[in-house]
Design a protein around this ligand. Structure first.
Ligand code: ADP
Length: 501
């Protein structure tokens, strides 16, 4: 036996999941996905292209017009609930897969991502039987009511930062409302979605209701977004790609929902509990290696407490444990890919060029052994930033925070709103009047007061301005996946008299 044969091959292999079956891509092509902590190969995955997307869309259409539309709402809900339980039962394995594919600390996968995936399927399982129309009090001898119906075949394109959670945000409401789905995971993190497909199969969803087609954005993603056979496209990702998706959907007037980038202001007033605000600032920018669309990446600090705040923040940022994401003590793992790592490094140069000071970090950490090849970056704080700088206006998507000081509240609100984005915002203050005034004046879809990054399946999430349109989670998500039909019934039994008969 050669030594090569003795080494156990731990690479996972995945096919496409179309029409309830596991199949190779028509082209036979596959792509590889590395473990970002080491750069080593994690999985080899079938690469969907236009022809595979065509197959998946046809399967989803057949399922929509066939078994799925005949299934009762109760049975749909039961399937979703069963899926939530299966995910819960497999949470340890799924968390390990998520961490291996994305790089996020196992503590986050296990205690945040996977439980929220379970929560979302559970929550929307309950909605399946509660999607109702209305009766409208129209005048005369007429009866008018509405039917709330599924939209049809939904193309869903998701990003790599919360791979399984983003799949849950998309799938759960779509399925609860009776739609069928073609889901395209991100090429950087396809593995979790493929494992989820196995559980979807095990739960007993009819074939074709959910199809999972990993592949690249420019090929599989573009083919899905522009497909004339889909009725709706839902996308989470960058604003740049969101615009491409909206444009290609426009050709077929496909309905679109978009959850895009952000450059959230996280604002610290002098009257806040500074230790709490420091912890909130860290949660805002270092969670998930800063790869969060609602990251508090513009940290506005009131001038009078700036020095004290920054010294506390720097000291704590330096202490963040960066390293092996499988270690439960690790607080930050690697960035998802070499491309993202290089992008962040590029912004450090941009910040320096713009005159910002790199207070902490600004480089990769020195790690040992296999992790030397991982895509790690240190928690980084840019001080002396002003809101016009590129590092205050462009989404970096890394553990990099730009600190901007302020003195005047009115001017602060103007600066906080001076961005193309409007996804989220945070404020730290003991003054409730100010907190609520801010919540009203800020142009963002989510506001956190004395907290940050709070989510619940029942609470809507989505953006103002170029952060997208539509709200995911909560009952608002059902608006994205249903359409309203108005039905008129004559109660008089007489002919319409308009033309004089
Ligand atoms: P990021 O820039 O953070 O990698 P993207 O917005 O590029 O995020 O990717 C999010 C998702 O969009 C991924 O599933 C990716 O494959 C997909 N995608 C990228 N480009 C396109 C495109 N032109 N059309 C459709 N989907 C795309």
């Amino acid at each position: 036996m050669s030594s090569a044969q003795q080494v156990e091959d731990t690479t996972k292999n995945y096919q496409l999941f179309i029409d309830g079956k596991w199949v190779d891509a028509e082209s036979g092509k596959t792509f590889s996905t590395p473990n970002p902590a080491t750069g080593e190969l994690l999985a080899e995955v079938a690469e969907a292209d236009k022809v595979d997307i065509d197959k998946a869309v046809s399967a989803a259409r057949r399922a929509f017009e066939g078994k799925w539309s005949k299934m009762s709402a109760r049975d749909r809900g039961r399937l979703l609930y069963k899926l939530s339980q299966l995910i819960d039962e497999h949470s340890a394995e799924l968390a390990a897969i998520e961490t291996a594919d994305n790089g996020k600390p196992i503590k986050e996968s296990l205690y945040v991502d996977i439980p929220q995936v379970v929560e979302n399927f559970e929550y929307f399982a309950g909605w399946a039987t509660k999607i109702e129309g209305e009766t409208i009090p129209v005048p005369g001898k007429m009866f008018n009511y509405t039917l709330r119906e599924p939209i049809g075949v939904c193309g869903q394109i998701i990003p790599w930062n919360f791979p399984l959670l983003m799949a849950a945000w998309k799938l759960a409401p779509a399925l609860a409302a009776g739609n069928t789905v073609v889901l395209k995971p991100a090429e950087q993190t396809p593995v979790g979605a493929m494992e989820l497909a196995k559980l979807i199969q095990e739960a007993g969803f009819p074939e074709g209701v959910v199809n999972v087609v990993p592949g690249y954005g420019e090929t599989a993603g573009a083919a899905l977004a522009g497909h004339p056979g889909i009725d709706k496209v839902a996308f989470t990702g960058s604003t740049e790609v969101g615009k491409l998706i909206a444009k290609s959907a426009a050709d077929n007037l496909t309905k679109v929902s978009l959850e895009l980038g952000g450059k959230a202001p996280n604002i610290v007033f002098a009257d806040s509990d500074l230790d709490q605000a420091v912890a909130g600032a860290m949660m805002g920018i270092f969670y998930n290696q800063g790869q969060v669309c609602c990251a508090g990446s513009r940290l506005f600090v009131e001038e009078s407490v700036k020095d004290e705040f920054l010294s506390k923040l720097s000291e704590r940022a330096e202490r963040i444990a960066v390293g092996d994401p499988m270690d439960k003590a690790t607080q930050m793992g690697p960035q998802v890919s070499e491309e993202q790592l290089n992008r962040i490094k590029g912004y450090v140069e941009i910040a320096r060029g713009e005159g910002a000071a790199v207070l902490v970090g600004g480089e990769s950490p020195k790690l040992e052994g296999a992790f030397q090849k991982g895509y790690f970056f240190r928690p980084t704080i840019f001080a002396d930033v002003n809101n016009k700088m590129r590092v205050a206006q462009e989404e970096i998507f890394g553990p990099v925070v730009s600190v901007i000081s302020f003195t005047d509240e009115e001017d602060l609100i103007k600066q906080a709103n001076d961005t193309i984005y409007g996804l989220s915002a945070g404020i730290w203050t003991q003054d409730i009047t100010r907190a609520h005034r801010f919540a009203k004046e800020i142009k963002a879809g989510v506001v956190w007061i004395n907290t940050y990054n709070m989510f619940n399946a029942a609470s809507p999430f989505g953006g103002y301005k170029q952060s997208g349109y539509g709200r995911e989670m909560g009952r608002h998500a059902l608006d994205l996946y249903t359409q309203v039909k108005s039905v008129w019934v004559d109660l008089s039994g007489r002919p319409i008299g308009w033309f004089g008969n």
